[in-house]
Ligand binder design. Structure first.
Ligand code: F6R
Length: 597
């Protein structure tokens, strides 16, 4: 899983490729590399770690007009220069960058060995470049050599190839992994996704599944082009020390943007927009599919659908769904939920569903992403670019989108005058202000709680009912950015096994919403403390005292309280991680967009 980019027709390909890699770094930061067409062949530069380390090696020279680049999230082989892309063929004629997986790598490597060609890295990608060069040595032209090689691949791929004998030409190919061609009117760019295209690009065109195309500085003819909105592709962190803090603090604005669009009667993103392409009368149940935090947001959204619309709703990790050969129900609305719209497991689940006569709806942040394009209808998340690897403002907006969907489903059955919907309509506009007050007014208190727990090496996050997915997301955030081991359990499950781990070295974070489950927390806290375990509480009960350090949060509305709680847990994880001096924007071993299985 990685990011790839290419450019042709520019004055300084080295600089442009480094810029593209900086935009792509959220797809992986184990190593980075570029290959450019040099006057005497192909020049490859690579380094371990971030793009900054590659940039520090200096520019390959202002005379380079074309080249390809790669940022890596290691899947086959440790992060090292040897395993970094671009890979160069044994004869030096061809360089390649690859995003995807070659499942039959062992077989292809064996064929190369039989031909006397030895691979030098542990990656699956390297075999491709040698096979292309081998075909060329048999007299096959470059485009056909790439085609013949990719026809042998079992797996998903997006690749960019350059050959020494065709300066200025990039060969782009994709199957199952996204790849876009963009143009800024002068140079032609290629990148794994929209966010990585230069902000100067005015138009883009996806490389279609199975396509192998030669890209030169002349804008490729015969393609379908989409107009891009200027300046929407990239962002900077302004005066914040990192993107994570910026994105956490943007939530009053981004939640307001989502509420404004998704609950408006007419705006782009309103139910009038996405709902009109769905057949509401055919929907008898709802299933949310996503990965990681998006799956947890789907769990919260499922509880909204059951609560407001009284329609059975479930959530499942997208990858597990396809693993178990599921019964696909024609009367079920399948909702694919994803920040990037490019998570391969989620795309696979959607493509699996496409083979059945069902309606699909996506909830995505990146407009024009694969999932956005491929689903029947799409709810936009209106959160703006999210750069930090740990998802925050998007997870909040996913829950707001879940509310918008639940309201749309409920309106059809109960009409817009239902008491529950009227109450929600009244409470929703207040949510951004509540979040702003929480972020400004309770930050110091939450930081103090983080100070009290940061030295623990193990944590439980405990919640009941709809607070359980909120606890799961809280545990996810603390794991990701502080590296403290954390697990979430339904509070009711604690005494059925997990209690065995509770001792004085263990802290439990109790998520006590303003509901019946929250009230039962007093008993839970007593059970943990009786075993010597430490407890801290995030509570929305206004008049319930717990016998443990407690951050008391505002309660707005039974459905919105979970969103407020989620934001408080993000702040808690943020402070715990910064006290431990972690790199919160780029946690180890992770990447923002997971484009491998
Ligand atoms: C956690 C996180 C991940 C993503 C997951 C799915 O903070 O960001 O768990 O939620 O990788 O990514 P998307 O939403 O892009 O499909």
């Amino acid at each position: 899983m990685c990011g790839i980019a290419g450019i042709t027709g520019t004055d300084d390909a080295g600089r442009a490729l480094i810029d593209a890699l900086e935009r792509l770094e959220y797809r992986g930061y184990d190593s980075a590399g570029i290959a450019t067409h040099a006057p005497d062949g192909i020049e490859v530069r690579k380094s371990v770690g971030s793009v900054a380390a590659l940039a520090a090696l200096g520019s390959p020279g202002g005379d380079r007009r074309s080249g390809i680049a790669h940022t890596r999230w290691a899947t086959h082989g440790a992060p090292s220069t040897r395993n970094a892309h671009p890979h160069l063929s044994h004869d030096g004629t061809t360089a390649l960058v690859h995003n995807g997986t070659v499942r039959n790598v062992a077989r292809l490597r064996g064929e190369l060995t039989d031909r006397g060609i030895t691979t030098t890295s542990d990656t699956d990608s390297e075999v491709l470049v040698h096979l292309i060069a081998w075909h060329r040595a048999q007299g096959v032209d470059a485009l056909e050599a790439v085609r013949l090689t990719l026809a042998r691949v079992d797996g998903d791929y997006a690749v960019l190839v350059i050959t020494a004998d065709r300066p200025g030409t990039l060969i782009a190919a994709a199957s199952g992994s996204p790849l876009l061609i963009g143009t800024d009117g002068r140079a032609v760019h290629v990148a794994s996704d929209r966010a990585a295209l230069s902000s100067g690009c005015t138009h883009c065109s996806p490389v279609l599944d199975g396509e192998v195309v030669a890209v030169t500085a002349a804008v490729p003819a015969g393609r379908t082009w989409e107009v891009l909105t200027p300046g929407t592709t990239w962002t900077d962190k302004g005066s914040y020390p990192n993107f994570l803090l910026k994105e956490i603090n943007e939530q009053p604005q981004t939640s307001r943007a989502a509420i404004g669009a998704l609950f408006s009667p007419v705006a782009e993103g309103s139910a009038a927009d996405w709902g009109s392409t769905l057949d509401r009368s055919a929907i008898k149940r709802v299933c949310f599919l996503g990965c990681g935090s998006s799956y947890y947001a789907g769990q919260v959204a499922a509880s909204f659908v059951e609560n407001l619309a009284r329609i059975p709703a479930t959530a499942e990790p997208a990858a597990e769904f396809t693993q178990r050969d599921p019964v696909v129900e024609p009367d079920c609305l399948y909702v694919l939920i994803s920040q990037s719209g490019e998570t391969l497991d989620t795309l696979h689940a959607h493509r699996y569903l496409r083979r059945h006569p069902v309606q699909t709806l996506s909830i995505v942040n990146v407009r024009g992403s694969s999932l956005d394009r491929e689903s029947d209808a799409s709810i936009p998340l209106c959160a703006g670019a999210e750069v930090s690897v740990a998802s925050t403002k998007v997870v909040t907006n996913m829950q707001i989108a879940g509310l918008a969907l639940a309201s749309w489903l409920a309106r059809a059955d109960y009409g817009s005058k239902s008491a529950a919907l009227l109450e929600l309509d009244l409470a929703l506009p207040i949510l951004p202000t509540i979040l702003a007050d929480l972020l400004a007014g309770q930050d110091a208190e939450i930081r103090a709680l983080a100070e009290s727990v940061h030295a623990f090496r193990s944590m439980y996050y405990l919640g009941r009912g709809p607070s359980w997915p909120v606890a799961r997301e809280g545990a996810q955030k603390i794991k990701e950015i502080s590296y403290i081991h954390a697990e979430a359990y339904q509070a009711s499950e604690l005494k059925h096994g997990p209690l065995a781990l509770v001792d004085p070295d263990h802290v439990s974070v109790v998520v006590a919403a303003n509901d019946a489950g929250g009230q039962q927390s007093a008993t839970l806290i007593g059970q943990i403390q009786a075993r010597g375990g430490a407890v801290v509480v995030f509570s929305q009960h206004q008049d319930y005292e717990f016998d443990a350090p407690t951050v008391r949060l505002p309660a707005v509305h039974p459905l919105l309280d979970h969103i407020v709680m989620g934001v408080a847990l993000q702040v808690f994880a943020y402070h715990t991680a910064t006290i431990l001096d972690r790199d919160v924007d780029r946690p180890r071993n992770l990447a923002k967009s997971v484009t491998v299985e």
